[in-house]
Design a protein around this ligand. Structure first.
Ligand SMILES: [Zn+2]
Length: 247
């Protein structure tokens, strides 16, 4: 195998590894989105439960106030009966005042009922809106989940193909070069092989000294960038066209 072929294999391996890494990253996003949606649904359901409890307590309040009015009615009636049996003026005036007070109290309590009823109705509307919101969220969740699952299965297919290709590339490369590639890849942010164009390393953007550059053009041995130590090749060589694959 010529040196150029080795470099081609290495660049293909790098491309393959970068795509695998990208797929692995994208495979994490889907489940994270599902998790976030589930959290949102739970928060909505909690809110709905809390609102339903508030409505319940408001309705209880209403029933209690209605009962108060009924009790006041009974007391007013009782006072009227008492009134008809009173003999002295003083007692009569006192009983009239009592009836007046009770009527005023009843009036205020009825006012309170109206207020509580309005509050209950407003809360009911709030619960309905919240129910609708939760329902919409559930529909969105089911739809997104399906989408994410089909995305994941496509990613898995791509991944399988790339892993197969990667195996073939590794088998075709010699072990030492492969080890060197992996060593550099791990320490150089996923980029172990870099093209040199116009005498400049395309990854670290530093110039290659003329002497080294001449050696690179000759292509007698695998070389490293003097600055970033990545494996370098002459990127302007027409033999390194993107469409040319060794295997
Ligand atoms: Zn470099």
């Amino acid at each position: 195998m010529t040196l150029k072929d080795k470099i081609k294999l290495l660049t293909q391996l790098q491309e393959c590894d970068n795509r695998i890494q990208d797929i692995l990253r994208r495979k994490e996003i889907g489940p994270q989105r599902i998790q976030a949606l589930m959290g949102e649904i739970k928060a909505n359901e909690d809110r709905l439960r809390e609102m339903a409890n508030q409505v319940e307590s408001c309705k209880k309040d209403r029933r209690k106030t209605e009962q108060e009015v009924q009790e006041l009615d009974a007391r007013i009636e009782k006072s009227h009966v008492k009134l008809s049996n009173i003999k002295s003026n003083k007692e009569y005036t006192a009983a009239l005042k009592e009836i007046d007070d009770l009527k005023r109290l009843k009036f205020n309590t009825e006012d309170k009922i109206i207020h509580v009823m309005e509050k209950c109705e407003e809360m009911d509307r709030g619960v309905n809106t919240q129910k609708q919101l939760t329902q919409e969220l559930l529909i969105r969740f089911e739809r997104d989940k399906k989408e994410i699952e089909s995305e994941l299965s496509l990613l898995d297919q791509d991944l399988k193909g790339l892993e197969q290709k990667r195996d073939d590339l590794v088998k075709a490369l010699d072990q030492d070069l492969c080890k060197r590639y992996l060593f550099l890849r791990e320490r150089r942010g996923g980029m172990a092989v870099s093209a040199v164009i116009g005498g400049v390393c395309q990854t670290c953007h530093m110039g290659i000294p003329p002497q080294k550059f001449n050696e690179l053009l000759k292509g007698d041995a695998i070389m490293n960038c003097p600055n970033c130590h990545r494996i370098i090749y002459w990127g302007e060589d027409k033999d390194f066209g993107a469409s040319q694959e060794v295997i």
